[in-house]
Design a protein around this ligand. Sequence first.
Ligand code: 5FX
Length: 536
Amino acid sequence: MTTKSGGGDLFLGLDASTQTLKAVLVDREFNVIADEAINFDHALPEFQTQGGVHRHPDGLTVTSPAIMWVAALDLLLAAMQAKKWPLNRVAAMSGSGQQHGSVWLRKKARSVLRLLDSRRPLRSQLESVFTVEDSPIWMDSSTRRQCLALERALGGPQAVARLTGSRAYERFTANQIAKIHATRPQVYAETDRIALVSSFMAALFMGDYAPLDAADASGMNLMNVRTKKWAPAALRATAPGLELKLGRIVPSHRVIGTVQTYYAERYGFNPGCLVAAFSGDNPCSLAGLRLQRPGDVAISLGTSDTVFGSLRVCRPSASEGHIFANPVDPRGYMALICFKNGSLTREFVRDMAADKSWEVFARLLAMTPAGNDGRIGFYIRDPEITPPIFKPGIYRFDSRGRRVKTFPPEAEVRAVLEGQFLAMRLHGANLGLRPTNILATGGASVNPAVLKVMSDVFGVPVFVGEQPNSAAVGAAYRALHAWVCRRRGRFVPFAEVMRDAPPFSKAADPDPRAQQVYRAMLRRYAELEKKLVDAK
Ligand code: 5FX
């Protein structure tokens, strides 16, 4: 068995997401050699979650039982052991957690963590350490009042965005904390530590409270996104005595400890296995997709679409998206923008105009030129956050900007794609994202017709990569990064660590003739969008 601190040749990445707890094992050649997942609803039915969460009757509150995550870790570790994962070869590990969710621990939690008994599962030892049994998570939107109060205290949405990287959002941890402080002051008083999901999972492995990493701490409305330190004004406006309950923020590539003896004794981990700071799922995905240089942008085409990428400059906006600390570059930033209308909206248009068939969709698309003869459409099937258009509907405009009721089918299919990608280009640029290449992920990234329009609208090549568990893989890559930095005793650029990773494959090249068309169209799109937003 390898016992030297950080000795070994494998890297473990965990991902505590909303519905599952996953683990991947990665070797020095960047191959995923094993993976495992525990689905909360199926494996732990006693918690009666749906999609890993409890939606409360007010329609706004969404929570998950904190002990369920612990119980899932017991199951995950047991499964890894049963499948004979070579855990004694793991040199370093890290993890990813759904962002914004908070875990509330009472004082005794720290001694329980330090004295974990390797003869017993974690669940039975941690059952009574929570002051809040149902953790508020990122899907919660019950804190409008607290958001307004934070914005008032700090001088408005733009001031909050300038300071923390995002305007006040309901799901962001400050506003969740303010709500618990206001509605359950006793619970707040009894809480010794408020962890994020990521730092809580790290604490389980370290056997002590774990510091927060700067990238995940950026999703709290509490950290000065430039200095990566707590922002005193935001702390004061949220709840009294908060800094002590939150602990330290460290750079995301920092080694924060070694695994508790519990993991060596019970599961055969190398006792010197390093634990690197855990981070949020979006920052970990950025690492998993290796978006290390400004200009590398990922577009994830899922139920909702997400655009994210690395940035050198920090230019937060109150009207769109988020700026986080970069998880692989302590001097850099990352931008993240979510668009609610993603795949379901594209499928809705496919069903309406293209006979429910992607083949027909692609054939129709080929009948129209880039720019759609000046037609522009906004397809708002679900209330949209970027841009804020809350009233569902289809808003179609002809080449002279006049609202029209219908488009021919071949124009309809092009309009939905061009509209979505123009929105991404416009709002991404407002946050400083100027792609030089795009990595497309998510369900719809297998569709060549969709990727071709993406490439033309942005005017850059589009790549695809097989990376199904990008957050867990990103956590493993970050563990490798932290391990290399520790070994060399200095910060080593992530790009250097990942230099030999296999390249992604190109799926589409932009048509140079389309550049001019989309540049002009972007201006018109922005004007029409402004009118729609102002009319709400
Ligand atoms: C990002 O701000 C989010 O709220 C989500 O992507 C969560 O991180 C999902 F886990």
